[in-house]
Design a protein. Sequence first.
Length: 429
Amino acid sequence: MKVESKTISPCRVKLSVKAEAAEIRDDYENVVARYMREAPVRGFRTGKAPRAVIERMYHQDLDRDIRQRLLGVFGKAATDETKLTVVNYLESNNLIYSLETGLSFDLTVDVAPEFKLPKYQSIPVKLIEPVVTDEQVEAQIKMLLRQFATHEDATEEMTVNQGDSVHIDFTATVDGKPMAEVVEDAGFYSSGTGFWMQADKPELIPEVSLGVVGMKMGEEKTFTVKFAKDFRVESLQGVKAEYQVKLTKFSRSVPMPEEKLIEMAKVDSGEKLRELIRESMQREAQSEEQNRRTSEVVAFLLKKCSFELPESELTEETDLTIRTLANEHVRRGGKIEELTENRDKFLEQATDSTKSRLRLRYILAAIAVDAGVEVSDEEVAAEIKRQALQAQKSVPEMEKIVYERNLRERIRIDIRNNKTLEFLVNSLK
């Protein structure tokens, strides 16, 4: 067999393959023999029809299957001989064969990119050892006590403090006219009866939300409000309004007593509570630091390794990314029409994301080979079991899905790449 290779683009190659008649004879005869064993012919028992009859009756089927057999066998042999790492077989052309002249055809394939690995043994990442301070622990306790707070109704002699929940009646005017008549789409900003809001930042109604601080129940007050030019409601941007506000009642948040939190945490003292919270915060801080290091390692690898990607693989992966993003958008309550309206931006984001992911996959695969990172069958089985639990399926059910969708090798690759990335992060100095 002779193979001529021509590079069409960085990741696309055209192979011109030629084989002698003697080289194709066995594959040719194997296909004919299968038809002679299995093909039904009227007037003959299966497997007893003469070869000439089989070749005449099944001429087109034989030609198709012989072509497929020769293309598969010699296409694979050609890529092996040229040591190409094939990503996708794209097309075959000009296939001619006979037992007298042999075989010739052209085969176009997309191949894995070639690139030089960076010095991954010394990636420059600053290591920060997370430390949880006493002040952070106390702040976390205060936050938890507020989170489990109860609300108590205020008495007549009390005044509103920042953070209280206030119940107000109000009307708004613009140039002496009701806001609803002057400003379109003003919504609840125009008036409200029995309206609850927080006397705190960020202010729901500018000047009013914090302006009620110090007021008593039954008290009325007028506020002049100038809405900012970048206010969230477009129709109110730059509008100046007068708000007549009456405070009808309010309630105050009372933090949970620390003793109750100690009881909930099932510890016997404030000291034990603080130890427990510190340990939790330390784990979280360490996880965040690990994520930061991982992000910086990924950024370093992508910056140092720039190369073209196989066009067919990029197209397939981008389509998958688009479907995933679209499904996630809809799952969160979005509409497909929103994606259509921003189609160009959406496609650009999906393509950029896919390029980075694919490039990282190739880089990590190369590092895995160089560093000797391997994946055992037990690790693959454990990952399939994890996915089964996540999908609420039995392990045999998930094994069947993996087999039918030919996912085992992809799972192995993902495990290997994750192990490689973990190896790089843990090797930082």
